[in-house]
Design a protein around this ligand. Structure first.
Ligand code: FDA
Length: 368
């Protein structure tokens, strides 16, 4: 008889939901976490009374009522709506592309005028019938003004290369809204947990044994011996000792600053869309929670290549990496007592609501 039913490697959203649900079923769980804190990439840290999103801005959004009710059963969510602003050479534009943006770009005031203007801009590229790269694709879909002011520089910074060297399929369509609606997401439900995401994960892990600063691979054999099954939410290539090579990721560098003023930019997210400014955006954390603290915390976000010691943020969804991932997945399939789940173990860009859905599916399968 082992001491635990489940050893859960990683205290992010996936691991926390799994541990919570299984504990509720009377199973014994141990959660181990390599970092010094719980909550994985949704970790928020209280700085000057402000919940700072330490691993990037996180906005919860879903159209799945069950998922929304599920997360709200732990902590209440606020009414935050993501409405980012773009700054291009000192001029501000609303995002996503909507009537406000078209007014700011061209002075057009009606949907018909905006439609005609976009068509006029696109017509200049109608000779491009088979776009070969992101630049051509974006010009065909939206024309020169939108591409040059709002897409080009931002995307080049994100990818670390010129738009002419980024594959066209990255942009399949450009969502144009002919309404004055700055809400970035189309989902039915949206918000931020009151008290921050760490409070959400703390609630999920209430009464469950958690060991932080504990790396699974520092003592894998002994840890495996503790439990009947392992739930692994770390990088899948690391689990298999990189035997088929390392999976690629994009990383980010965050530069945080506490400012002695109550309001720096008046919005949670401002994108900097010109190439010459090295960061892609500035996050002002207090605005996720309508904060009225005397100080403010801002974060400049710099996209970076992945290298030793950096956090893996975005899986690279290209053929080479998918092939490597499929090999690891096949190996994982041969381990009946190890469950691979979450963003890093499935090498998939999951949003939070998708992680919730996925984790609850896996829990359900365990109960059968
Ligand atoms: P996560 O990475 O959070 O957890 C895995 C945990 O395992 C980590 O804590 C890690 O330290 C631990 N671990 C790994 N190896 C270990 C080992 N060997 N031993 C012990 N512990 C180990 N989604 C969304 O819905 N809205 C949004 O706005 C955003 N924004 C966003 C911005 C940025 C910059 C990123 C990178 C991601 C987002 N996301 C998002 C996605 C969101 O972050 C993601 O869906 C969840 O955090 C995934 O939770 P997981 O539990 O799968 O992984």
């Amino acid at each position: 008889q082992k001491k635990y039913d489940y050893l859960i490697v990683g205290s992010g959203l996936f691991g926390a939901i799994f541990a919570h649900e299984m504990t509720k079923q009377g199973k014994k769980c141990l959660v181990i976490e390599r970092r010094s804190h719980i909550a994985g990439n949704i970790y928020t840290e209280n700085v000057e009374g402000i919940n700072v999103h330490k691993y990037g801005a996180h906005i919860f959004h879903t159209s799945n009522r069950a998922v929304w009710d599920y997360v709200n059963s732990f902590v209440e969510f606020n009414r935050f709506t993501n409405a980012p602003i773009a700054n291009y050479k000192g001029k501000l534009y609303n995002l996503p592309f909507n009537m406000n943006t078209f007014y700011q770009l061209w002075g057009v005031q009606t949907p018909q005028q905006a439609h005609d203007k976009i068509e006029e801009q696109r017509a200049q590229y109608s000779h491009i019938t088979d776009p070969q790269n992101l630049e051509e694709q974006a010009l065909v879909l939206g024309g020169k003004d939108i591409y040059e002011k709002l897409i080009k520089g931002y995307t080049e910074k994100q990818w670390g290369r010129p738009a002419t060297e980024i594959p066209a399929f990255i942009i399949r369509r450009l969502p144009f809204r002919l309404t004055f609606d700055n809400n970035y997401f189309n989902d039915t439900y949206q918000g931020i947990p009151i008290g921050g995401y760490t409070a959400l994960i703390e609630k999920m892990l209430e009464g469950i044994e958690v060991k932080t600063n504990t790396d699974y691979f520092s003592d894998k054999e002994n840890m495996d011996a503790l439990a009947g099954k392992v739930v692994y939410t770390g990088k899948i290539d690391e689990y298999f000792d990189h035997q088929f090579g390392s999976l690629d990721y994009r990383s980010l560098r965050f530069e945080n600053e506490i400012l002695d003023l109550p309001n720096y930019q008046g919005n949670a997210v401002v994108n900097y869309t010109e190439r010459d400014i090295p960061f892609t955006r500035i996050i002002e954390h207090k605005h996720f929670e309508f904060g009225a603290q005397p100080k403010t915390v801002i974060t400049r976000e710099y996209p970076e290549d992945m290298s030793e010691g950096k956090e893996a943020y975005y899986p690279i969804n290209d053929e080479k990496n998918q092939q490597i991932y499929q090999k690891y997945k096949a190996l994982a399939g041969q381990l009946p007592n190890v469950i691979f789940g979450g963003r890093l173990a499935e090498y998939k860009y999951y949003d939070m609501h998708q992680v919730v859905e996925k984790a609850l599916d896996v829990v359900h399968a365990q109960k059968l």
